[in-house]
Design a binder for this molecule. Sequence first.
Ligand SMILES: [Zn+2]
Length: 136
Amino acid sequence: MTDHSLTLSLSQWDTMRRHVTAEAPLEACGLLGGKEGEVKAVLPVKNAAGSRVRFQMEPKAQLRAFEQLESEGLEVVAIFHSHPKGPTVPSPTDIREAGYEVVHIIWSKVGRRWQARGFWIENGHAAEVPLNMQGV
Ligand SMILES: [Zn+2]
């Protein structure tokens, strides 16, 4: 079985959390660049859908983010987006529209706290993958 787990630093984690917090109650999204399961860059991308229940990365911003990662020799290792009203897992739409073979990180709000879970989506099925904190 392939290991799709990711390792993130605390500041990368905080960058994502700040972005999803700032955009709430709208969904927020972005890309993580890295290598061999280690995250090296967090790039928030504008949600062109401007919606509380779905996201679509603004195409030009998404392209710029892809180009930036490529220029740094990184691959897209994950797409993150938020579910301000839940659920904590990918929605049927997320599973249907998962076009890239990357980890999908879902930020959801549980009570007053945000939490993040990672999933590998393949063949219409989402399997949870570990998100590890660097140095922990
Ligand atoms: Zn979603």
